[in-house]
Design a protein around this ligand. Structure first.
Ligand SMILES: NC(=O)c1ccc[n+]([C@@H]2O[C@H](COP(=O)([O-])OP(=O)(O)OC[C@H]3O[C@@H](n4cnc5c(N)ncnc54)[C@H](OP(=O)(O)O)[C@@H]3O)[C@@H](O)[C@H]2O)c1
Length: 201
């Protein structure tokens, strides 16, 4: 039997016809106006700062500096003559004594308190650090904060879940989006994200 649909009718038109009431789904989606993707310059990760380990003179934002991984990175960076290092911690009294000692001898390293369960403070804190410590120049963001919970989905309440997502997911997206315009201006920028294992169950 001959099809009633014109031969050149595309998938979107067919979907539109199925939905009914719409002349063409492509009109609704405004597909004709979608621009081709902007050509991106491909940069190999091997050219990135973290791969080359060229931290000297670089301005770096590090989160979770009171944690196991974060504190180790913080001490290594303080030894490697970074430009400015800003360490985000939830509470600075939680930082270990070795990191605190090195901090005393590293005037270009700064500690800033922030609790990622309060997302409304992130932009304000970031902007403050960009002006006060980094003078508008940022080369790398190393995100090492996170909470690991043993609670599986059956024992995790919705408010608990929201808090977990604020810390482990939303704060990372927010910080990266704030940092991105500055990182684009740096020749060897890098984003390192240690995602939490929470939520794996
Ligand atoms: N260790 C591993 O083998 C491993 C493997 C894979 C992935 N990871 C992930 O890597 C990240 C770091 O691991 P880690 O072993 O260093 O963890 P950790 O020792 O538990 O450190 C977590 C860090 O996140 C900070 N943090 C937690 N809640 C926060 C909040 N609401 N606001 C601001 N900071 C907050 C902690 O601050 P406080 O000290 O103030 O609590 C601490 O500095 C985690 O996301 C972890 O899940 C770790």
């Amino acid at each position: 039997m001959e099809s009633k649909r014109p031969a050149n009718e595309g998938l979107f038109e067919q979907m539109g016809a199925l939905l009914g009431g719409f002349n063409s789904l492509s009109n609704i989606l405004d597909i004709g106006k979608v621009k081709p993707p902007i050509e991106q310059k491909k940069v190999s990760y091997k050219e990135s700062m973290t791969y080359m380990k060229q931290f000297a003179g670089k301005n770096i934002l590090l989160t979770g500096a009171s944690g196991t991984i974060g504190a180790n990175i913080a001490r290594k960076l303080m030894k490697s003559e970074v430009g400015h290092l800003v360490m985000f911690v939830r509470r600075d009294d939680m930082m270990d004594s070795k990191t605190k000692m090195r901090l005393q001898n590293t005037p270009n390293a700064h500690v800033e308190e922030i609790d990622f369960r309060e997302p409304q403070r992130i932009e304000q804190k970031f902007t403050y650090c960009m002006k006060k410590h980094f003078q508008g120049k940022l080369d790398a963001v190393i995100l090492c904060h996170g909470v690991v919970t043993e609670l599986g989905v059956q024992n995790c309440s919705v408010p608990d879940y929201d808090q977990l997502m604020l810390v482990n997911v939303r704060s990372n997206v927010h910080l990266i989006s704030l940092a991105f315009p500055f990182l684009k201006q740096s020749k060897t920028s890098a984003i390192t994200l240690l995602t939490s294992t929470s939520g794996g169950e």
